[in-house]
Design a protein around this ligand. Structure first.
Ligand code: 3H9
Length: 694
């Protein structure tokens, strides 16, 4: 077996090669290996300089995130970095792939840095709720300037090699054989007797006294609710105010604080959940899948058009079918406009747009779908129409083609049953706007064959989505849980809350917007239609809660009609509407409900715990295989704050027992039919466990 860190010599150059697949993370063995190799090189009189280089697909991708939360093991990374920087013989980092986090902090401690032109470097710790904790916040501003360091560290976005060179992070960019180029570079350093350059001995200067406050203001919207970005600013500021060793101490203190924070724990959970979610329990990693080389999409409306764009963006040809030429023309015009907007913003080249558009072939004929490998139906949400469409698809599509429905709540098994190939039928539920939203709920029917849903998961990844596999039930995972939040918020309106109060609380919790602002944006008629369709299954209290009906009956469908729960100006800015307040108060009176003060805490508990309880039921029923599947649905489809890790992770953070006790309180207050704890939640609470700590 190859050594994790191997030391070898090429002439008078010592080569320190890291080989820790898959991404050369800085585990204890790697840290110790690098330190020992530097020692070796310095002790060897024949070695004049050293190169740190990596095997495999990338340079070091950072600290080993799996070690966080465990007792730290020596040597610590900041010490390894000092050790490198203090080496009396020059050390050169030779970078390929992505040098991230600790994987850039090591090069910043080296005396020289060269990279392949395809490489990228970055400090993405902020995305894990952390800051660079091995000198990144102290060295980067010294080498690249304060403003650039603030941008890189608070965004976590890596920069390409050319830009990194212009910023002063890299000394040289090369193409071809990195090792050969690094050896040549090292030889030059030795031959020219270039003096050792320690980044720590440079100075970090703030361009203006207000730079840090200004920067904090500039990211306040984007980073709302997150702690780490602002702590990063504090650490970079320390680099400009304190001598290097003091700055390092400050960085360490903040790193330790952040590492122990609930936010960082949540963000690390999200990192792994996003990767784990595509592994389907019960299926082997090498599960065979079907090849998807072309796709048919039914319905050129907002949803179908957005889905078509997802495939075209991934280079997969699409047949876009609708029943009338005018629908096709309208749909294609919207797609063109969407692409053109991206071109106008400078994020897409015209020729790429043209190529993508050319991949979308409009058609009116089902016959044109006969050769596609996958069809996704995005027609009107009506079972009769869906059945008609699937009957046609069953007749025309080739054997082995996957037939998927984009339904958001209809029964996929009923749709499958209309065909002669239920094993090839499933749900693929995209979220609007489909070309933007990352979530894809893949719905496995009772008869869907494993290679079919495994294919849908793979396709989801190919088109840049975060696919989650769920089972059949009303609303699947996301909308089923959302329905509980909506219902509970509706009850709170009757009991004393107002839409803007609930929206503010949910927004402050960390969602991009509250339920009423969201309803107004999506169109209240959508929810109203849904309510009417489900009316018979509603409880008497739900039936009697006619606030939405009353608002819609006035023609107030939300933003598109200029008013809904809120009223809107011509720029679609919302203001609370006294008329709605009156309407709600009158509704409570008519219903005989005495209004009372609803605290913000109650709003959070009733809105969020109602979802958690439903999530637990979803787990019990096996609709979602793991709590992480539910978390990913909410993080990527509904804007659940990343720093809380998703509803199930959040339940663990609050404490399942606390959630359970609150549920019992609301059971007494609101009624058992709404607030009976799920047996799973009850069991976890009684055993003092969490969804993730069984
Ligand atoms: C840090 O450096 C702190 C320091 O400042 C201070 C310390 C004192 N650790 O993403 P992929 C796993 S914080 C452990 O699918 P790709 C990943 O879970 C760190 N494991 O591949 C997956 O495992 P599995 C700052 C890691 O090609 C496998 O590797 N660095 C780590 O799409 C493949 O990953 C970062 O935040 C890690 N650091 O993308 C970088 N990284 O196969 C995080 C990955 O079991 N990493 N794994 O599911 C990335 O952004 C991407 O993984 C990368 C490759 C771009 C490197």
């Amino acid at each position: 077996m190859a050594e994790i860190v191997a030391f070898s010599k090429e002439g008078n150059i010592g080569l320190i090669a890291v080989n820790n697949p898959p991404v050369n993370a800085l585990s204890q063995a790697v840290r110790a290996g690098i330190k020992a190799s530097i020692e070796k090189g310095n002790a060897d009189k024949d070695v004049a300089a050293m190169i740190i280089i990596c095997d495999g697909r990338t340079f070091i991708a950072g600290a080993d995130i799996r070690e966080f939360g465990k007792p730290p093991m020596e040597p610590h990374l900041p010490d390894v970095c000092h050790f490198i920087e203090d080496s009396p013989k020059p050390v050169i980092a030779a970078i390929h792939g992505t040098a991230l986090g600790g994987g850039l902090e090591i090069p910043l401690s080296c005396h020289f840095r060269i990279a392949l032109s395809s490489a990228k470097v970055g400090l993405p710790e902020v995305k894990l709720g952390l800051l660079p904790g091995a000198g990144g916040t102290q060295r980067l501003p010294r080498v690249a300037g304060v403003q650039a360091a603030l941008e890189m560290i608070t965004s976590g976005t890596p920069v390409a090699a050319t830009k990194a060179k212009a910023m002063g992070i890299l000394d040289e960019i090369v193409d071809g054989d990195l090792k050969a180029a690094a050896l040549l570079f090292a030889k030059k350093v030795v031959d020219e007797k270039r003096p050792i350059r320690k980044v720590s001995s440079l100075e970090a200067k703030a361009d203006s006294p207000t730079v840090f406050d200004d920067f904090a203001k500039s990211i306040s919207r984007k980073s709302r609710g997150f702690i780490a970005p602002f702590k990063c600013i504090e650490a970079v500021k320390a680099a400009t105010e304190l001598p290097f060793p003091e700055g390092m101490k400050r960085e360490r203190a903040i790193f330790t604080e952040l590492q122990a924070s609930d936010q960082s724990k949540a963000q690390r959970h999200v990192f792994f959940a996003e990767r784990e979610v595509v592994r389907i329990p019960g299926l082997p990693d090498d599960q065979p899948t079907r090849e998807i080389k072309s796709v048919g999409i039914l319905g050129a409306g907002t949803m179908g058009g957005g889905i078509a764009m997802c495939f075209a963006n991934a280079g997969i040809p699409v047949m876009l079918l609708d029943v009338k030429q005018e629908f096709i023309d309208k749909g294609m015009a919207v797609i063109k406009k969407n692409y053109a907007n991206t071109v106008a913003k400078g994020s897409l080249k015209q020729e790429v747009m043209d190529k993508r558009l050319s991949l979308i072939q409009p058609t009116l004929a089902y016959e044109d779908l006969k050769n596609v490998d996958l069809v996704i139906e995005a027609v009107f949400e009506d079972m009769a129409i869906k059945k008609e469409v699937f009957t046609k698809l069953d007749a025309v599509c080739k054997p082995g083609a996957i037939l998927a429905s984009n339904t958001s709540y209809l029964n996929v098994d009923d749709i499958a049953a209309i065909t002669n190939r239920p094993q090839d039928v499933m749900g693929m539920h995209f979220f609007s706007p489909a070309n933007v939203m990352r979530l894809l709920e893949n719905v496995r029917g009772a008869k869907t064959s494993p290679d079919v849903y495994a294919t849908a998961m793979k396709v989801g990844k190919t088109i840049g989505k975060v696919p989650v596999l769920v089972g059949v039930c009303d609303g699947f995972v996301g909308n089923r849980m959302l329905a509980k939040r909506t219902r509970e918020c509706g009850f709170m309106l009757e009991e004393g809350a107002l839409p803007w109060q609930i929206d503010k609380v949910i927004y402050n919790f960390g969602f991009p917007m509250g339920p009423y602002a969201m309803g107004d944006m999506a169109g209240l008629d959508v929810g109203w239609r849904n309510r009417k369709a489900k009316y018979d299954s509603l409880t008497p209290r739900e039936k009697a809660n006619t606030i939405l009906d009353k608002i819609c009956e006035m023609g107030r469908f939300g933003q598109k009609t200029g008013s809904g729960f809120y009223k809107y100006d011509e720029k679609r800015n919302a203001t609370p509407d006294p008329m709605i307040e009156e309407l709600i108060i009158k509704h409570s009176q008519d219903a005989g409900i005495k209004r009372r003060v609803i605290t913000d805490q109650e709003i959070i508990e009733r809105a969020i715990y109602a979802m958690i309880n439903e999530g637990a039921k979803i787990l019990e029923e096996g609709i979602a295989a793991r709590p992480l599947d539910i978390d990913v649905v909410w993080l990527y489809g509904y804007g659940f704050p990343i720093y809380l890790g998703g509803p199930m992770f959040y339940a663990d953070t609050v404490g399942v027992k606390k959630v359970y006790d609150a549920i019992l309180k609301y059971k007494d207050m609101v009624g058992a039919e709404y607030w009976t704890p799920s047996p799973l939640l009850e069991k976890l609470a009684k055993e003092g466990k969490g969804f993730y700590s069984k």
